[in-house]
Design a protein around this ligand. Structure first.
Ligand code: TNX
Length: 594
């Protein structure tokens, strides 16, 4: 990130107390770096060309008025993932007024983002924040969301191609303007805006706070088009509500894909009308013997549309030919020996497979993928392909090639774990690389034949790995992954001999053998998910551990205020004084109180 140095108090986050600052607060308010206070000014001897008493008095008055209007508590650059270009203007801090209006371009998708912004801001502020539309939205003391693909985004001597997901955020004395060529760009701009407000904005009920934003301009766009996380809902089942909450976490950090690992040995989680026992029989187990569960088609569509409203594409995975014990329990005809295996509730891998020699298997695959494709507006279908240890050599590649063709015939783009690499290339196919060693000639060869990669190194991006030996849940087969390990790698160069252009993006998978609750999910996701999100979004020039660590620390009070569980990783300088917003005394019936 190139940052124009900003003099003034924005360098020191100033915790604000309830209401207007009193005299004691003002006395404690740090002065701008290098700014003399009134006493210093009075002691300064006059010499030729030095300011006279009147000038000094004016300077003192200005200092006093700056103290009366304390700076916004956050620096413009205090954003995760790091924005591309940040140009602070400390004279342009802005405070959201109670009567602010959110005005948006009339496009329905832009208006939807404006309404989402209002919904983010209303609970904590208690302000009405009406949403209106205009042909040429202007902030006019409030917030304008401008959809404009021809906007002059070249400002202040720099230029940026905002593309499909970029945005420009201007915070000035007359309000805030977010400009983007797409609703997705506006949505990402809104996430940045949200992070620049005091952490109390995350409060689910009204609090007294000065809703100050740091002045200046951010121009921002992602490095990679694919930025994702995966949730394994097969080893343990998670409710729709849990998944929607994970979607919210992705959205905060500008991730745009949610990969759902929908099927595995321990449970089949997506309803398939043509093979109903997949869920009624295959969905009733999970690791440890719990009741499991599954998504009806309506449930799945609810996840898909909730994600779409947050500009996140769902990538459904049906893992084939291995990891299929739950399907074999339901339909023994798919098993190589045609005998139903017992349900599996352990955590071993690699023992099950659908019979690659039986045509019925391909009917099954076509039916399942056809129904899942019909429910999925996004372009991707993930066919797994990992750890099919008992399907070897040409039998394996032959199976994969047939399934790849089925996906293509459904009009979807095939994604699979990098074990697919030896199979023949098919236009557009994407391999998800989960190795732990960046030397992988088989994957390099598949890339040479045209495959693109989603990079998920097991020893950096696997969110199911423990942070430290004492992490209460998680694995360690790929090593321990503390926050620095999650952050310190480059998706563009990680795999030797794979050119950066072949890298579609990055994904952080969360396998759930040991994960049984939403709190468990959040503990493993946060704070590592923002690290992976930053690798996917931010230009490499911003990569800086010390800077990231400080910006990440600022997210802690937000999670605390929002009631989100996270791991207080010892290498992050979390603020010591928790930001406990003052609850405002509002009647229970207040519309803004959830
Ligand atoms: C490997 S990564 C698997 C999963 C396990 C995971 C546990 C991959 C494609 N397969 O089946 O859940 O390790 O970390």
């Amino acid at each position: 990130m190139s940052t124009t140095p900003s003099p003034g108090p924005t360098a020191v986050p100033t915790p604000l107390s309830a209401g207007e600052p009193d005299a004691a607060t003002l006395a404690r308010t740090p002065l701008s770096a290098g700014e003399p206070d009134a006493a210093t000014l009075a002691r300064t001897p006059l010499s030729a060309g030095e300011p006279d008493a009147a000038t000094l008095a004016r300077a003192a008055e200005q200092t006093a008025s700056e103290l009366l209007a304390p700076a916004a508590p956050h620096r413009l650059a205090d954003v995760v993932p790091a924005p591309q270009h940040v140009q602070p203007n400390p004279t342009a801090d802005w405070v959201l007024p109670a009567e602010a209006v959110i005005v948006s371009s009339a496009d329905p998708a832009a208006l939807a983002v404006a309404e989402q912004l209002a919904q983010l801001l209303r609970p904590a502020t208690g302000y009405p924040l009406p949403v209106t539309d205009a042909t040429t939205p202007e902030p006019a003391g409030g917030i304008a969301l401008v959809l404009d693909d021809s906007a002059d985004l070249d400002a202040e001597g720099y230029s940026a191609d905002l593309g499909a997901e970029g945005y420009r955020l201007d915070i000035a004395t007359d309000g805030v303007r977010v400009t983007a060529a797409t609703a997705a760009g506006l949505f990402h701009g809104v996430q940045t805006l949200r992070q620049l407000l005091p952490a109390a904005i995350e409060s689910p009920s009204p609090v007294t706070e000065r809703w100050a934003l740091p002045g200046g301009t951010i121009t921002d766009a992602p490095r990679f088009p694919y930025r994702g996380a995966m949730l394994d809902v097969a080893r343990h089942f998670f409710t729709v509500e849990d998944v929607l909450r994970v979607v919210d976490h992705l959205a905060r950090y500008k991730l745009n894909h949610l990969h759902l690992h929908l099927t595995d040995d321990q449970g089949w989680r997506i309803a398939v009308d043509s093979w109903p026992k997949l869920t009624t029989v295959g969905g009733t187990t999970e690791v440890g013997g719990g009741p499991g569960g599954h998504y009806t088609k309506a449930d799945y569509q609810r996840i898909v549309s909730y994600a779409a409203a947050r500009h996140i594409t769902v990538v459904p995975e049906i893992d084939l030919p291995g990891h299929t014990n739950s399907a074999l329990v339901a339909y023994p005809e798919l098993a190589p020996d045609k005998i139903a295996p017992p349900p599996y509730t352990g955590t071993e891998v690699g023992f099950s497979y659908v019979d690659p020699a039986d045509e019925r298997t391909y009917d099954f695959v076509a039916d399942v993928l056809g129904e899942v494709a019909a429910l999925t507006p996004g372009p991707w279908l993930h066919i797994g392909g990992d750890e099919a240890f008992k399907v070897k050599g040409e039998v394996y590649t032959g199976f994969v090639e047939r399934v790849q063709r089925i996906v293509a015939d459904l009009g979807k783009t095939v994604v699979g774990w990098h074990q697919l690499a030896p199979a023949a290339h098919l236009d557009g196919r994407v391999l998800q690389w989960w190795g732990t060693n960046g030397e992988d000639p088989t994957t390099v060869e598949a890339v040479r034949r045209g495959a693109r990669l989603i990079v998920s190194p097991g020893n950096h991006a696997y969110l199911d790995m423990k942070y430290a030996p004492d992490t209460p849940i998680g694995h360690d087969w790929a090593g321990l992954i503390d926050v620095r390990k999650a952050y310190d790698w480059d998706p563009g160069t990680h795999i030797a001999d794979v050119p950066a252009e072949a890298v579609l993006g990055v994904e952080a998978p969360l396998w759930t053998e040991s994960v049984t609750s939403l709190a468990d999910i959040e503990l493993l996701l946060l704070p590592r998910l923002p690290a992976i999100a930053e690798l996917g979004w931010s230009t490499r020039a911003t990569h800086d551990w010390a800077d990231f660590r400080d910006r990440l620390a600022g997210q802690g009070p937000r999670w605390t205020t929002a009631g989100i569980t996270f791991h207080r990783a010892p290498e992050i300088p979390w603020p010591t004084a928790p930001t406990i917003p003052t609850q405002r005394n509002m009647p229970q019936t207040d519309a803004a109180t959830p």
